[in-house]
Design a protein. Structure first.
Length: 139
């Protein structure tokens, strides 16, 4: 049997813990910013809006991915005779403001918004989509 110095077990234990922390820090999942938003849609633009956002239309999907927007979804619902869009996405990047500024500066995104924005009617007090408060998330 090999006899180790009295603190060897502690040293080995601390070394293993340190190695595990270093290894896991590279594996840790980045925090995700979840965004829900709402805006009203002009009723006469409903079908055109659906065509623009059909799966067959690439639109600006690649730009959303480029700037770390994942699971971007838009839902439509008629409430008391008015159509509303409910949007959701997850931001997985490291600098939300910088990525949104870069996305806003993309020429193709600017053209996309020139087409889509006139189809929408912001809620009272907003200039565009209104971000909703997240009150629940099931991990």
């Amino acid at each position: 049997m090999i006899k180790h110095p009295p603190n060897m077990k502690k040293l080995i234990c601390y070394s293993l813990i340190s190695a595990a922390l270093v290894f896991c820090s590279g594996c840790a999942t980045q925090s995700t910013k979840r965004v829900g938003m709402v805006i009203q849609l002009q009723p006469k633009k409903l079908e055109e809006y659906k065509r623009l956002h059909a799966d067959s239309n690439p639109g600006v999907r690649d730009l959303l991915v480029k700037y770390h927007l994942r699971n971007f979804s838009i839902f439509l619902q008629k409430i008391e005779g008015k159509w509303y869009e409910f949007g959701y996405y997850e931001y997985t990047g490291k600098d939300f403001e910088a990525d949104m500024a870069k996305l806003d500066a993309e020429p193709r995104n600017k053209e996309w918004l020139k087409v889509c924005d006139p189809m929408q009617m912001p809620l009272t007090g907003s200039k565009g989509w209104t971000q909703m408060e997240q009150v629940y998330f099931n991990k």
